[in-house]
Design a protein around this ligand. Structure first.
Ligand SMILES: *[C@@H]1O[C@H](CO)[C@@H](O)[C@H](O)[C@H]1NC(C)=O
Ligand SMILES: *[C@@H]1O[C@H](CO)[C@@H](O)[C@H](O)[C@H]1NC(C)=O
Length: 223
């Protein structure tokens, strides 16, 4: 049975683009400025500090973000290599109108393709579920973080995001996990623990850490 809150969320999600809405823009700007993400898993020598890059999902163990450059724009696409967001999960890309980020009902993490602002049924658009906590006393990076490994960003983060869906049942806690991708076992992806999430054998993360970004921006034409 759908709660009225859930119906309201769906109604909001169906608003055409809604980019002009001051309500949504206010939410967009909440959180950190331009930033990249890493896995925040304090004490874990393998996962803590792994960069989050895009490849159809937010992925770990991936050196550079996947990107799309239309033939008519080549060779003039930006040459960035990182997945960059601003505020609360607003993807930084050049495509007119921008792109949207959302969590699927099963917890997988996605950015809409160029020119699409459609959130799939049952998904959580970027403005639901995420909380950013700024570090006032920034934790020292893990001593184990391999600074010369391009899969990692060992800089001290500015804060971190956590996820908790607004429509979970009693006792539901939310969270974030690193799991083998359902569609490609060689890929490790970031999953949000939604009420519908059911993967096993995952690594629990404390959050997604944020790092101020000052490289070429937007870094890509589209993700
Ligand atoms: C991107 O291009 C700019 C200007 O041509 C150059 O300064 C910069 O080093 C390039 N960055 C990368 C990551 O290749
Ligand atoms: C997990 O959820 C997916 C849909 O998100 C479903 O297809 C699958 O059967 C579920 N698996 C288990 C073990 O419940």
């Amino acid at each position: 049975m759908m709660s009225s809150l859930h119906l309201l969320l769906k109604a909001v999600a169906l608003l055409p683009i809604a980019l002009g809405s001051p309500y949504l823009q206010a939410h967009r700007k909440d959180g950190p400025g331009l930033h990249t993400l890493t896995a925040y898993v304090p004490g874990d020598k393998v996962y803590d500090g792994l960069k989050v890059e895009y490849g159809g999902y937010l992925n770990l163990f991936q050196e550079k973000t996947g990107q799309y450059c239309p033939t008519q724009v080549q060779p003039n696409c930006p040459n960035g290599t990182e997945l960059v967001f601003s505020g609360t999960f607003y993807p930084s890309s050049m495509v007119p109108g921008g792109q949207e980020f959302y969590v699927s009902g099963d917890g997988s993490t996605h950015i809409t393709v160029q020119h699409s602002h459609a959130f799939p049924p049952g998904s959580y658009p970027y403005y639901y579920g995420w909380t950013w906590t700024s570090f006032t006393n920034r934790p020292a990076p893990s001593a184990a973080c391999p600074t010369d490994d391009p899969l990692y960003n060992c800089d001290i983060p500015t804060g971190y995001f956590t996820f908790k869906a607004p429509d979970g049942p009693e006792g539901y806690e939310g969270g974030l996990k690193a799991c083998r991708n359902v569609y490609d076992e060689s890929v490790t992806s970031v999953y949000a623990v939604t009420p519908g999430f059911n993967l096993t054998g995952c690594v629990k993360m404390k959050g997604l850490a944020t790092h101020a970004y000052s490289g070429v921006n937007p870094p890509v034409w589209a993700y």
